[in-house]
Design a protein. Sequence first.
Lengths: 1097, 234
Amino acid sequence: MVMRGNSAWSKNNKREIKHTWERYIAIVAIIILGVGFFSGLKVTKTAMVKNLDSYVNEYNMYDYRLLSTLGLTKADVEYFNHQEDIKAEGAITLDIIVDLDKEGEEKGIVLKAHSITDSINKLNILHGRMAEGDNEIVLDSKVFTEDIIGSDILITTDNDEDTIDAFKYDKYTVVGIADAPSYINFDRGTTSIGNGSVYGFAYITEDGFDLDYYTEIMLLMDTKGEVYSDEYEDHIAYKEEPLKEALEVRANLRYEDILVEVNETLAEAEKEYDEGYREYLSEKADAEAELRDAWAKLEDAKEEIEENEEKLKDGDIKLADAEAEYQKGLRDYQEGLTEFENQKADAMATLEASQNELNNKRETVLFAMAQIEESGVLTQYSQLKETISQLEYGLSQMSDENSVEYLTMYEQLNAAKAAVKQIEDRGVIKEYGMLESSLEQLDAGQIELNKGKEEAALKLAEAEKALADGKAKLDFAFKEIEKNKEEIKSGWEALNEGKAEYEKGLIEYQDGKKEAEEAFAEAEEELAKARMELDDARKEVDDIAEPEVFILNRNHNSGYINFDNDSSIVDGIAEVLPIFFFLVAALVCSTTMTRMVDEQRTQIGTLKALGYGNGAITRKYIFYSGSAALIGCVGGFLLGTKFFPIAIWEAYGMLYDFSPIEYVFDIKLAIISLIVSLLCSAGVTYVSCKSELLQMPAALIRPKAPKAGKRVLLERLPFIWKRVSFLHKVSIRNILRYKRRFFMTITGIAGCTALIVAALGIRDSIKNVGNDQFESIMKYDYDILFTEELDSEERESFINTYNEELSEWVFVATDEVEIMDGDILKKTSVIATDDPNITKVIGLHWNGETVSYPTDGKVAISNNLADELDLYKGDRVTISVNPSETVDVEVGGVFENYMGNYLFMTGKTYSDILGKAPAYKNLYAKTDSEDIYSISAAMLKGDKITNVSVTKDVRAMVDNMMSSLDTVIWLVIACAGALGFVVIYNLNNINITERSREIATLKVIGFYQNETGSYIFRETITLTFIGALLGLGLGKLLHMFIMNEIKVEMVSFKEQIFGLSYLIAFLATFLVTFIVNWMLRKKIDRVNMAESLKSVE
Amino acid sequence: MSSFVKFENVNKIYRTGDVSHAALRDVSFEVEKGEVCVILGQSGAGKTTLLNILGGMDTLTTGKVTLGDKEISSFNKRELTTFRREDIGFVFQFYNLIPNLTALENVEIVTQMLKEPLPADKVLQSVGLGERLNNFPAQLSGGEQQRVAIARALAKKPKILLCDEPTGALDYETGRQILMLLQEQSRRNGILVVIVTHNSALIQMADRIIRMKSGTVTSVQKNDNALPIEEIEW
């Protein structure tokens, strides 16, 4: 039979749709939901992967990274560049501790510094510009905002020297922030320096480094296929072996070069050492000679001093002798003097007496004479004598004796001579002469006496002189003695001075000697050290390991791998959830179409009787459901593939936000969706209505025997059944009357509830991460990092300073170790402390019970670590201390922790395991104050504080990240609601049309509006109740499944659903039911009571 | 005896779009308590409409309907429901039992919503179904189903028992038994029984016969010699 579009047949079909639009829409809607959900989720992965692919291609993410433990050279780069289909670029990667030179920014953070490469791993500059100058730097956009541009990055002195040397500058200016293709997500990896975690990446120019080799070579290959595709993976895998071989060869070349180079260097150093040694020897000899001279001089001086001392001592003795002699002389002299005085006195007395006698005699003579003289005779006599002498003389002088003159004169003379003879004759002259002779005698006596006097005086003078001489001699001797005394005294002084000088000299000498010896020792030590260093170096050179090479592809990049995982999560969810929708869609179609065929059996019979074939009639119903499914499929596919990826990408935006997601049309997915929806609609229609449609027309025209009421199992339990009111009984029986409808509704509603439970559960599990992590686990408000371990005094002073503000504090040592899980190493944070208060700042719980802090020799591990390694209390965990050494420790407890992996232990355990004393550089502190930030700011200003991280900040970050998942959750909840809505609407719709007669009857009987309503809706409500209850359980399973799918490496979600979420899911499902009921109440009201009077169809 | 049910100039006009159709035109009659009243007419004569209005299932366009001292025509929807609930017992041509309820439960469905109903099992016994209380409608014959329906109506202690072609779907003998049951209600319990039928044979059992044609009452006849069903044949 040919059917034309405008034939009565097709008109009938179209009208059919128009009249039963609610059913039609129900099928369309459920298919939209199913297809939308399925295609949306499915395409999301494709779209995400495609997005990543274009991102990776645009910025030329490397295909391989080649690393060698010895570094790589320009020649190596050249070598790889000359390989077919390969572009190679050398790059430097170094971890560096820096301070951000900006108010309020982090200090002492670790950046992973890369050299900027030209064509591989290009940066996507988001703000600012690319680093051009060697002292410019581009920073990680994930952790820095554009505000950082213009400030400086300071390389701290905490870095080891080699690292500092590897950077040309100690200060780089931020010029831009960027995304880098090798950092697709948030993971920045870990590092051996600083606090162990990499804060972010940084890019500087190659010349900004001061390194003569590359740390790695990045390869970009002419690859085929999308990221993660087998084609790409195969292509990459195919190249791996040859690349590795080539890399080994290159690395060995470098190894040999290095060996030659270091051997040369070593030889030079050896030479230098020898020179140094020789120099040392000669200098030592010189110094020793000098010392010897000095010693000799000292010895001489000593001898001289001793000699002088002898002399001085002699002098002392002599001086004493001389003094004694002098004293004796002095005594003799005084005796002599006394004797002389006595003799002198005697002689003087005798002489005096003689003088006196003489004087007496003289006086008598002189008296006599004086009497004569007084008579003047003498004068006359002498004058006459004199005139005679004068006349004689005048006569002698005259030659003519006859002259007058002569004769006169002669007369005078004779006159004078006559006078004299007169006088003389008197006798006075004689007496006088006698007197004169006595006087002369007296004078002679006087002379004699004078002579005696003179003699005595002479003798006395002689004696006196002798005495004086003696005295002078004595005085001289005294002076001499005094002088000697002085001399000896100064001699002694000089000697003492000399002695002191000598002592000084001796000390100086000894000091000098000691100094010299020390210098020698030092020099020797230095030399020995140098020698040892040389030996070490030699040994090191001997030990220079053959280079180890690593060839890493994108699958070793955490962001790349995580992206695959994360997008697969969506894909994983897409595997399960749409099953619900399709199952429900199939059930909806089945029940709807069955009902429709039932309703129209008379019509079908009539049509058949009129001569329409089975095919045409079957096609009618298949067309009905199929067209609805087609519309639903197209609509669902378009809506789903358009909005799901956008919503989910939005949600993942916190993690991956390199570019907005693009619409992806996946033809395969479209075909699958179409097939599935057609199967669920047309297929189901055919199967479920086949028997009905193929009946004979006569059978169809007869009313279908009413389905007999049936007792349900429950009725066999009278104690329950009796308590059920009859209206509930009818509901229960109704519910169980149509199994398919029952399952449709239960599945749909259970699915709805389950989805909501799962969605809210995800939210609980995730939201909970923030809450539990920061409220019951990391209870501290501050993690204060000190520059070095504080001594007890510093600790006390710190605590005293903040005693008011802080309520709890515990000093801990933090570290990172790796835990062995087979061949895999799990990075784990270590926290060690002996302070029992640790449990006040970090909560250790397991399933609501407190886990006690591990005792010595045991560790407590976080649950995600325990889960992954399948460890339980009492097991042993293997810690890799260094690449060649592992230590087994007993697990003393497992505790809940959601972010990161942790090992807790005591200080002793720490030193036992790691072979070093724990450095208590971190302080976990709690405050009761509301003003968290002002305290942290105050602390940051303190000495020795590197960083204060405020838990609240970390929490805000985590909360932000988690809240992005809310979008997906709301999406799921919305879909769940829609699912519930469609199912319940459909059920009610069918029930109402099917039972319009019952409804009419009840109305006639006198049921009030709400009673009639509840007659129908009680069923829905009961089904909702059962479905929701089932859904709660199913939701838990679904939640488990999803949580398992979305497991993330560093964050372990607590698989939990709050009671409230169950309640919300339950109530939400009921809300949907009530909304539907409210909408359909009108439809019930419209049921005409006259229906009850109609004949049974 | 004063009139119990009173129709005064009742008109019922159905409008569908621009077309209006008068189902009842100026209908007036009175019925007394305890009577068996048969409303007779062909299909489309308006008897079902009349029944609907009397049973509070439909409203009238103009006119006045009273039952005792209640003015049904002035009732709102809820009052009508209450009226149906408390005062009216319906017996349908196709029984209209709830298929998922047993005979007893089909009666209980009304007894449980009233304050002082007759006990469901007693009523069923009284209609001769004491043995089949726990059978589902599908397990009962047509007559038995109709008895359940009557029991359901009687359990309310209604003022009026409205029966729409109560025997229409039944065979002759069963029909007679049902009619006997209905007449008994009038005679023994003093319930006004209104039977709508196109079967003129039933007028013999009626105390009052209302004939209808094209929406109007053509005659209202009081029959003082109503025969017991046993004596009627058709």
